[in-house]
Design a protein around this ligand. Structure first.
Ligand code: 5GP
Ligand code: MG
Length: 179
């Protein structure tokens, strides 16, 4: 495993990103909707740097099956949304924008609930992978096309608690690399 983004870099950039977001909303109340599970660490750090009146909500999106590093079918679950987002500015927060399919499918579902606006913020964006006609509004880091873990991101439900972002190397993938 190789460190890609250190703890210090993460924390510095989260402060900057929070300032960009705050500037955009100019003090208006915001509903932050985190996408489980990968966004939780980023979400927790971001909201503590965000000087705006805000609510926090969660939705679930899953695409990786059986701990694979290749995505399976996308399953979105909005059941955890507890407050009305009608007439609110919504910021969807996810861990990583890879093909973009997760946010692209999630956006219209949130839009149907009648928010004033829906924007997206991601910790990471993989270069050269986008398959959808949208770009995230706020991006903390662009990274090369490699499978990453840590700071909320997992491999087989492990490594979410690493305080930095690391690239998995073939040796870390164990039996998967021999498939
Ligand atoms: P997308 O729908 O943009 O292709 O993928 C977004 C989701 O796939 C992310 O929210 C994340 O759950 C998962 N994902 C994509 N790339 C990676 C990666 O490199 N590492 C991990 N752990 N998850 C990833
Ligand atoms: Mg995800």
């Amino acid at each position: 495993m190789k460190t890609l983004i250190s703890e210090e870099k993460l924390s510095r950039r989260v402060v900057e990103l929070a300032a960009e977001i705050r500037q955009h909303y100019e003090g208006r109340p915001l509903t932050i909707v985190g996408v489980l599970i990968g966004s939780v660490v980023f979400l927790a750090d971001l909201i503590r740097r965000l000087d705006l009146p805000l609510r926090v909500e969660l939705v679930q999106a899953r695409s990786y099956r059986n701990g694979d590093t290749r995505p399976g079918p996308l399953v979105i679950n909005l059941d955890l949304l507890s407050s009305d987002v009608r007439g609110r500015d919504v910021l969807l927060v996810d861990d990583i924008f890879d093909t973009g399919n997760t946010l692209w499918e999630l956006l219209p579902q949130i839009d149907e609930l009648g928010p004033t606006s829906v924007r997206t913020a991601v910790l990471l964006r993989k270069e050269g992978r986008c398959q959808v006609p949208m770009k995230p509004d706020f991006v903390a880091f662009d990274i090369p096309n490699t499978f990453v873990v840590g700071y909320g991101l997992d491999h087989r439900d492990m490594y979410r608690n690493l305080p930095y972002v690391a690239a998995l190397e073939p040796a870390d993938l164990g039996e998967e690399s021999s498939r």
